[in-house]
Design a protein around this ligand. Structure first.
Ligand SMILES: *Cc1c(COP(=O)(O)O)cnc(C)c1O
Length: 361
């Protein structure tokens, strides 16, 4: 730390992204990226951008329009960000302060508490139940803005649309932000509730189901008044937050629905197959609606399993926090990649069992 850093940031603990290895080649099942490349139409569109000498459209007009058509809303109900992380940061900054606190589950996307700290907000973390589900009663008339990842990460579990509706109904004077980063892999989107609830904000991303994590594109869908507030903030900070290449890529991605549906379908099948195989190996595995599995191995500690996989060339995510220390989060790859993952897992379990037998004698 330099002696120049603002005091306000002294105790800030930044978000820790999953490892992005540079030297050694790993099978990366640790950051929930798509195992599939973007659609060929996306790569072609990106290469056709010829006006890099010009600033990009600060309203992201064309991309907003194709998204609006897809979700049957108006283009002025769409706000684009440099990844949904940036959208979330704008939401915290625009709508939360000491009089408008925000609450979210204790086990959820790690960035929420980082943003709360960055913007000087209280960390109102509401514990999930023992089975990692959300207790809806905790959110009824809670007197705060509510932020829920649906499906949730890293648990993979989702709430039904009518459950989200209950939260909206009982918090009419507060915002309810639903982070739908994983919605295309299962779960019920809340977008259709926008018609009836002006306190709803749905956040989605191109990083997972649309294979564009590197392009940095995310968006919020909400009432035109909320979107106008967000734009006011954005135009006071970074009007050109979306670059022209990503805008072209994103537009082509939304238009090639067929390709992405195919990828999602294959991924869901691979997820279910991997889940069954892990359960046969006595893992505890949640019923995930996402592109990852949240799983607890039998007879070996979560961290030990994570380290063993790493030695076998496979990266998964292990969270060294209290309630989930025994679990790992495994992103779903291609069928071939998951076969390899399962083979190596069997070797690790066998080795660990053998060692325990030897030690006991
Ligand atoms: C991956 C993820 C994001 C961030 O996505 P970007 O658009 O890449 O910034 C947001 N929320 C959740 C729950 C995520 O898992």
């Amino acid at each position: 730390m330099s002696r120049f850093l603002s005091k306000r940031l002294n105790s800030l603990e930044p978000y820790v992204p999953g490892e992005q290895p540079h030297g050694k080649k790993y099978l990366k099942l640790n950051t929930n990226e798509s195992p599939y490349p973007p659609s060929p139409a996306v790569l072609a569109a990106k290469n056709k951008e010829e006006n890099l000498q010009l600033y990009p459209d600060p309203d992201a007009g064309l991309l907003s329009e194709v998204l609006a058509a897809k979700y049957k809303v108006n283009a002025n109900q769409i706000f684009l960000g440099n990844g949904s992380d940036e959208v979330l940061a704008f939401l915290f900054q625009a709508f939360c302060d000491e009089d408008h606190e925000i609450c979210y589950p204790d086990l959820t996307y790690g960035f929420y508490s980082v943003f709360a700290a960055l913007f000087g907000l209280k960390r109102n973390e509401i514990p999930l139940k023992a089975d990692f589900t959300i207790d809806l009663g905790d959110y009824a008339f809670c007197g705060k803005n509510v932020l829920i990842a649906n499906p949730n990460a890293p648990t993979g579990l989702s709430l039904k649309r009518e459950e989200i509706e209950q939260i909206l109904k009982t918090n009419a004077e507060h915002l309810v932000i639903i982070d739908e980063a994983y919605i295309d892999f299962g779960g019920e989107s809340s977008v259709s509730l926008l018609e009836r609830y002006d306190n709803l904000i749905v956040v989605q991303t191109f990083s997972k189901s649309r294979s564009l994590a590197g392009a940095r594109l995310g968006y919020a869908i909400a009432s035109k008044e909320i979107i106008a507030d967000l734009k006011k903030l954005k135009f006071s900070f970074n009007p050109y937050n979306i670059n022209s290449l990503s805008m072209k890529a994103g537009t082509a991605a939304v238009l090639d629905e067929e390709y992405y549906c195919m990828c999602c379908e294959e991924l869901i099948q691979t997820r279910e197959k991997t889940k069954r195989a892990l359960r046969e190996l006595k893992f505890t595995v949640t019923n995930s609606d996402t592109n990852f599995l949240f799983a607890k191995p039998d007879g070996i500690k979560g961290e030990e399993y994570y380290l063993a996989l790493k030695r076998h060339g496979i990266l998964v995510r292990h969270f060294n926090t209290e309630r989930i220390r025994d679990y790992v989060r495994i992103s779903i790859g291609t069928p071939l990649q998951m076969d390899f993952f399962l083979e190596e897992t069997k070797k690790i379990l066998k080795g660990s069992k053998k060692m325990q037998e030897v030690i006991q004698k």
